[in-house]
Design a protein. Structure first.
Length: 472
């Protein structure tokens, strides 16, 4: 059932005139009420913010398309659809079918530049020399709002106070930003304080009914506070998708015989998002990445990086304090050469690598990045630790400390921080979808916080487009 926190112009969604037959035709479940609530917000003459909170399978993306059509047809406003990462933008771009819409990451839309303070904390602030797309639009849609950090939200809130209309879209039980219980729009107290309108869709629409993946994820939501939210493990296969449960006692055999061959399939060669192993701990991810690399290359002593290698960014790639490659973006090594570099008399070896990233708006984008060579990794980490220790020894927050932290990050970013992307953490998977997702529930269970653990499991189980495999 749809719920609304705020009343617009003295009317609730149920009270507005039912004159939108063309736009509401085809809407099901909670979608009609949610559309009414959003329409009231859209029709208001002033700016503001509104949150569409919907469970997996409730039809958020379909409704977003209808809202976009209404805005474009009736209000003629310029619309920009954003998300926190390029990967999330790519996914939503594939599902929004209106040529009047533009797309961008939130960082790009806001024209943000990096700032390092005297505590070594990185934030992104508005730069007057960088163009801001929000100056030229009247309506902003922010998808994957659960990933939105406080700093980005605050920048968006400023524009909303100046007349911009902002529609946040997301799922309140997806993984929140690091070290935060929730993204600000999902916090009821903040919504009330910042006057954010709200509607929720928690009914599974007919098209998703019978999809075993949606059914399973919904059961996790319903029992989110239970240590074992879905104790009965029963597989199912339909035309819409499949779910399969594999006990941990059979895990190794199953991975070797059923999953590893997917990484050498033609489907994976065409699409890096064909199959993905998802775990909670980095150590588990590293184990499976090593296993998959050995299967792909059939060699014992592999170089750290090889042409064709699939990687994921662990930190942003910066140029003049502007994000060029976002954290969690995936890429492929095309070729490289090994080079030498000297830092104050200390020699280092590195891979000077040409990598390709596919972005829907730009096609294949090539970057040249420096990846630390395995022979120099220990020296590099030792020197990095010494620089961090020096910055910490200075008065916290002082000009000297800020200068030392800036030197630390400048040296750290001499090399691009990446990991293999055959297996990734559940956090890194957020905003992405895969044909086949192998969820290592036995690893996620290592998290002793029941609520957090189940949110991670829920996020991972809503990644597959087709097949969900759970190792329990």
């Amino acid at each position: 059932m749809s719920s609304i926190d705020r009343i617009f112009d003295g009317k609730t969604a149920a009270q507005i005139a039912k004159c939108d037959i063309n736009y509401k035709d085809g809407l099901k479940g909670d979608q009609p009420d949610a559309f009414d609530a959003i329409k009231i917000f859209v029709d208001q003459p002033v700016g503001g913010m509104f949150l569409l909170d919907g469970v997996a399978g409730s039809g958020k993306t379909y409704l977003m398309n209808v809202v976009i059509q209404y805005i474009g047809d009736v209000t003629k406003r310029e619309i920009l659809v954003t998300a926190p990462t390029h990967k999330a933008v790519k996914v939503i771009r594939q599902h929004v079918h209106d040529s009047r819409v533009n797309f961008a990451t939130i960082h790009s839309a806001l024209g943000l530049k990096e700032h390092i303070d005297g505590h070594g904390i990185i934030s992104f602030v508005k730069d007057k020399f960088l163009p801001c797309k929000l100056d030229k639009i009247q309506f902003l849609i922010v998808d994957e709002t659960s990933m939105l950090d406080d700093g980005l939200y605050e920048e968006i809130r400023i524009y909303a106070s100046r007349g911009l209309k902002v529609l946040f879209v997301g799922d309140s039980l997806q993984i929140p930003p690091v070290n935060k219980p929730d993204s600000i729009p999902f916090n009821r107290d903040y919504r009330r304080e910042d006057d954010i309108g709200y509607t929720k869709m928690d009914t599974i629409i007919r098209q998703a009914e019978g999809n075993p993946i949606i059914d399973y994820s919904f059961k996790i939501r319903e029992m989110i506070y239970r240590p074992d939210p879905v104790p009965i493990k029963k597989g199912n296969m339909t035309k819409q998708g499949s779910i399969q449960f594999v006990p941990r006692s059979d895990k190794d055999r199953f991975i070797i015989t059923e999953i590893l061959p997917e990484y050498t399939s033609e489907a994976f060669q065409r699409d890096n998002d064909h199959v993905k192993i998802l775990a909670w701990r980095n150590a588990t991810v590293d184990t499976y990445n090593a296993m998959i690399r050995h299967h792909i290359y059939q060699q014992k002593d592999l170089a750290k990086y090889l042409p064709g290698e699939r990687l994921i960014a662990m930190e942003p790639l910066m140029e003049d304090k502007v994000v060029m490659v976002h954290n969690s973006e995936e890429m492929e090594i095309m070729d490289y050469e090994i080079k030498d570099w000297d830092e104050d008399g200390t020699p280092f070896k590195y891979y000077n690598a040409h990598v390709n990233i596919f972005r829907d708006d730009e096609g294949w984008t090539e970057f040249i990045v420096k990846l630390i060579h395995e022979d120099s990794e220990k020296k590099y980490n030792d020197l990095l630790q010494r620089q961090a220790n020096y910055a910490k020894s200075l008065p916290s927050g002082s000009f000297q400390a800020r200068s030392a932290w800036m030197d630390f990050y400048e040296f750290k970013r001499t090399f691009f921080w990446v990991r293999y992307s055959y297996a990734i953490t559940c956090h890194k998977s957020q905003g992405s979808t895969y044909n086949i997702a192998v969820v290592m529930e036995d690893d996620i269970e290592k998290n002793r916080d029941t609520y957090e653990k189940n949110r991670i499991l829920y996020t991972a189980c809503t990644r597959p487009r087709r097949d969900l495999i759970i190792i329990y």
